[in-house]
Write a protein that binds this ligand. Structure first.
Ligand code: PGA
Length: 261
């Protein structure tokens, strides 16, 4: 059966009080339905400073907590960085790495992303690995090579064990925050290539049990069903449309409706 992820990336948009209030509203609207829908995983990723306030709100509900980034070492002289061990203590089950805003504004490299994935796995946190091409790379016909290169680099020497999950979020960088998603067929063709790459890297049962590939980039309640109508698209990483509880929970409901019993 298809499992679908609806993941909110709140970026640096909300202070801790607003994060707590939005989490309360999401839990209030989704907890009842969520309790009966283990095939839909809803994750909220507040900023690091809001994690401590959001955790008690989601704890024990059908909503999971994630972080937006981490460092690749557990402890040490790394000014300003946050350890995955601390994120785990704060209740994070998930963590985004390699988001295009970090690759773009902070020069995060594939090697850094790979080290972060390894650190998260050590701490028992499931990584959400963002990959995606720039507009220039796409125009130059390099979409597939760039994205597959990012996937391979992020997963170098990584092997999920036990019940660990890895989500790959395909986010064409040039549509993030624009209100103009790519066509679902376009995303699906990239998803197929990513899944093929995963089958090249891992045994089939590991790919099927432990990996999911989701789409991100201007997802909202008007276009999500189109993406989820493709079998290879297992959810969405959502920015702007995750900042209002009714719209975000609507996405979780659309995800639930999209899964054929
Ligand atoms: P968007 O952001 O939904 O606002 O395009 C998605 C993301 O950056 O993950």
């Amino acid at each position: 059966m298809k499992n679908v992820f609806i993941i909110a990336n709140w970026k640096m948009q909300l202070d801790d009080a607003a994060s707590e209030a939005l989490a309360q509203e999401v839990v209030r609207r989704w907890a009842g339905q969520g309790a009966t829908r283990s095939d839909v995983t809803v994750v909220l990723c507040p900023s690091h400073v809001a994690l401590e306030r959001v955790h008690p709100v989601v704890k024990g509900t059908a909503v999971w907590l994630g972080a937006q980034d981490c460092f690749w070492e557990d402890k040490g002289a790394y000014t300003g960085e946050v350890s995955p061990v601390t994120l785990k203590q704060l209740g994070c089950e998930w963590c985004i790495v390699g988001h295009s805003e970090r690759r773009g504004f902070l020069n995060e490299t594939d090697e850094m992303v790979n080290r972060k994935v390894a650190a998260l796995m050590r701490s028992g946190i499931n990584p959400i690995v963002c990959v995606g091409e720039t507009r220039e790379e796409r125009t130059a016909g390099r979409r597939d090579a760039v994205v597959i290169g990012q996937v391979r680099a992020a997963l170098a020497n990584i092997r999920p064990v036990g019940t660990q999950r890895i989500v790959i979020a395909y986010e064409p960088r040039w549509v993030i925050g624009t209100g103009q998603a790519v066509a679902p067929e376009d995303a699906a063709s990239m998803h197929n290539l990513i899944i093929q790459t995963l089958f090249d890297l891992y045994p089939n049962d590991i790919v099927e049990r432990q990996f999911s590939v989701i789409y991100g980039g201007s997802v909202d309640s008007t276009n999500l069903a189109g993406f989820l109508s493709f079998d290879v698209i297992h959810g969405a990483l959502v920015g702007g449309a995750a900042l209002k509880a009714d719209e975000f929970v609507r996405l979780a409901e659309i995800a639930a409706d999209s899964i054929k019993p």
